[in-house]
Design a protein around this ligand. Structure first.
Ligand code: CU
Length: 160
């Protein structure tokens, strides 16, 4: 590997670190070409045994990847879901498991309220606003990536 290549790699790494540590910046995790940003999980509502987590997954590589599974020590199960309007029930939403979620080459997929989310079922304790929870994501190519999700009682639906 040439010296200039190494330097370019170091600069790219430094740039990412700066972006992640900027004032008010969301925590961002990069591993093997997959970049996770805006990781948040909804704080528990009353004694509800379920919650949902949101994030944006970007794939900087030229090969499509797939989110195969996810897990959290805080829940019995974590599963990718998609919300959609209920047929014949105006204003009502329902949701169903998506199966593996494709992250296109040089593309990204947003998990946001009202759309895709990571469903946490069988919570083992209350998720308190202001805390954090590690959720481990498993990708077909990028492998396992553990991400610190911020616990929030209010979560914006729209991209920021
Ligand atoms: Cu769900």
């Amino acid at each position: 590997m040439s010296t200039s290549r190494i330097l370019a790699g170091l600069l790219a790494a430094a740039g990412l670190a700066l972006a992640a540590s900027g004032a008010g910046a969301d925590p961002q995790v990069e591993a093997r070409g997959v970049v996770i940003s805006e990781p948040v999980v909804r704080a528990s509502i009353g004694k509800a045994p379920n919650s949902a987590a949101y994030l944006v997954i970007a794939n900087t590589t030229g090969v499509a990847d797939r989110l195969l599974s996810a897990a959290c020590a805080c829940a019995a199960k974590v599963e990718a879901h998609e919300s959609h309007p209920m047929a014949g029930m105006p204003g009502m939403m329902e949701m169903s498991p998506t199966g593996p979620v494709v992250i296109p080459a040089h593309g990204s997929v947003a998990f946001r309220p009202g759309g895709k989310h990571l469903m946490l079922t069988g919570l083992k304790g209350r998720l308190a606003d202001g805390g954090s929870q590690v959720i481990t994501l498993v990708f077909e190519h990028a492998g396992r990536i553990s991400v610190d999700f911020q616990v929030r009682s209010k979560i914006a639906a729209e991209p920021r």
